[in-house]
Design a protein around this ligand. Structure first.
Ligand SMILES: [Zn+2]
Length: 273
């Protein structure tokens, strides 16, 4: 349900207090727990239901406020072992909550598998699972916002791979929220949590860059990790974290990927200019 501001919809921010208030023509006034500041002019309010919770989504409009130039550009590689690696060798590790969540969710999924269909126990486990996913989604979103903020604040141009959305959605393993047979496997679960994150992170990064007057370049993803960033030769990959160029020897796979991404975006090898 979408309610357009001025057309009976109103938003009163929390202003230091715990509760904000939304007024919606069809619903009336409601108390809202506000999670983050609302930036820009409110254009519309949207009500969304997720399991037993309701959310108010606030659509805003704001003019880009350009940040001062930094003279720095960077390519970033989104990965599995690490969340991201930059072309200058900075690393953002995967947040700890992923591991914690993985254990909890694995345990709940096993309990669900053992419970009788239609039983009260099954229903309780299902609710607990939904709660875990919600918790992960919220933590992950916060992590994405903070990581994107830091990148946008410190770079004029950020290059990353165009998302392989088809590969993600067509996965035989299903998605994290609707697991198929393979998602129960530990590695698979971890992987699916990360997959779901890359799309969101890219979207958040692009939005922040836009409103800060920064440039995001999305490059074609083919072979960014396997081609040597120095000479372009095709490397072998004896381990997940290492590629080996016939001429240049062992390279860190993620760093090599990030440098290729920087090069494809026209940022040189991604070193600060
Ligand atoms: Zn090489």
């Amino acid at each position: 349900m979408l309610f357009v501001a001025g057309d009976g919809a109103r938003w009163d921010p929390a202003d230091g207090g715990r509760w904000a208030h939304a007024s919606l023509k069809a619903v009336g006034g409601i108390k809202v727990g506000q999670h983050r500041p609302v930036v820009g002019r409110v254009k519309a309010l949207q009500l969304k239901r997720e399991h037993r919770r309701w959310y108010v989504i606030i659509v805003t409009e704001s003019e880009p406020v350009p940040l001062p130039s930094t003279g720095r550009s960077v390519g970033i590689d989104l990965g599995v072992a690490r969340f991201l690696t930059t072309s200058v060798g900075d690393v953002v590790a995967n947040p700890r909550f992923l591991e914690v969540a993985q254990e909890r969710i694995g345990g709940l999924q096993r309990r669900r598998a053992r419970s009788r269909p239609g039983s009260g126990n099954r229903r309780r486990v299902r609710r607990a699972l939904a709660k875990e996913w919600r918790r992960i989604r919220n933590q992950r979103r916060d992590f994405h916002h903070k990581t994107a903020r830091a990148l946008v604040d410190t770079h004029d141009t950020i290059a990353l791979e165009q998302l392989r959305v088809a590969a993600m959605t067509a996965s035989a393993a299903g998605t994290a929220e609707h697991p198929g047979a393979n998602v129960e496997a530990k590695a698979g679960l971890n992987r699916s949590i990360l997959d779901a994150g890359w799309t969101q992170f890219t979207r958040i990064l692009v939005a922040k860059a836009e409103s800060a007057g920064r440039r995001v370049v999305l490059v074609h993803p083919a072979n960014t990790s396997i081609d040597c960033h120095i000479c372009g030769a095709s490397c072998t990959r004896p381990r997940q974290d290492t590629v080996v160029c016939p001429a240049h020897g062992e390279l860190d796979a993620d760093l090599n990927g990030a440098r290729n991404i920087a090069t494809r975006a026209g940022l040189g090898s991604g070193q600060a200019s």
